[in-house]
Design a protein around this ligand. Structure first.
Ligand code: GUN
Length: 285
């Protein structure tokens, strides 16, 4: 059986083209979509992600405002900014880049965001609505993965879907989305016993643990669909996923490469959520 590499980069480029056209139409009506991004501290990976988000906004004609706080900033300063951005009608989306420095309580910060500007879908309100099968904003990485599965016409209903990683950014919302599509979902994590026994039974295996080459060919079922959400930098500066790509791809039906798979879809979904936020706030939806 030949493997299909799922080309997230290409799909994302098409989605972004459509968004760009919609943004132009909004601008003709005097509506200027704007995303505010808050970055706290000097995490190099976060800095890179934020600059990529800024660059993509620019390409699509979406205004972006980047707010940089130093590592020493207290919770109060961040909360004050969020409340100001919530009140500002010219700001449509608010995103807090994660992780936050250890001395800052992520819950305290996230719950301050106006849910109707929560383009990451990380507020308790948005995550609660997702849990209740009535989503408002869906977190970008899981949303991008489901979109990619749909575009490749990969059946989800009745399949065994295994997700490794239980973060609110990926693992938990992705499990809920797969469940909404009628998969039978198993959510695994660092304390899961006999992980290999579980992964071997997966029709759809989604991996978000942040360990290069963690998933080997022996752990994967023949013909499975493998979604690699890992982004790891090797000692020689290469970006690799969590899956031993070269060997696993010989055994599966579909696999996402890293880079060029899930990553570009995440950014495209952020742009889509920002456009959606703008349309809701302007009464267009
Ligand atoms: N850190 C890693 N992934 C993400 C993401 O999708 N959104 C935010 N805000 N922070 C992240």
């Amino acid at each position: 059986m030949s493997v299909t590499l799922m080309n997230g980069k290409f799909i994302a480029s098409i989605i972004k083209e459509d968004i760009k056209i919609e943004v132009e139409e909004l601008k003709r009506k005097g509506i200027n979509p704007c995303l505010a991004v808050i970055l706290v501290g000097d995490n190099k990976a976060s800095e890179k992600y934020v600059s990529l988000k800024e660059k993509t906004c620019k390409e699509l004609g979406i205004k972006s405002l980047i707010f940089n706080f130093s590592n020493e900033t207290g919770e109060e300063d961040i909360v004050n900014l969020i409340e100001e951005l919530n009140r500002n009608d010219s700001i449509n989306g608010i995103l807090i880049q994660l992780p936050l420095p250890k001395h800052i309580n992520q819950h305290t910060i996230l719950q301050k965001i106006d849910p109707f500007k929560d383009v990451d879908g990380f507020t308790p309100y948005c995550l609660g609505r997702l849990l209740m099968d009535n989503p408002l904003f869906i977190p970008c990485t899981p949303k991008g993965i489901i979109r990619m599965l749909n575009i490749y016409e990969i059946e989800i209903e009745r399949k065994s879907a295994v997700v490794i990683g239980r973060s609110i950014i990926v693992g938990k919302p992705l499990s809920l989305l797969l469940l909404r599509k009628n998969a039978t979902v198993t959510l695994c994590h660092s304390k899961t016993n006999r992980l290999e026994d579980i992964t071997k039974k997966a029709d759809i295996l989604c991996v978000a643990i942040g360990k290069p080459n963690f998933i080997t060919a022996e752990m994967v079922k023949e013909g499975a669909v493998v979604i690699d959400i890992g982004v790891n930098i090797t000692d020689d500066g290469k970006v690799v996923g969590d899956v031993e790509f070269e060997k696993v791809k010989e055994k599966v039906s579909y696999i996402t490469p890293v880079p060029g798979g899930v990553g570009p879809m995440t950014i495209a979904m952020l742009m889509e959520n920002t456009l959606y936020a703008t349309k809701i706030q302007k009464g267009l939806i």
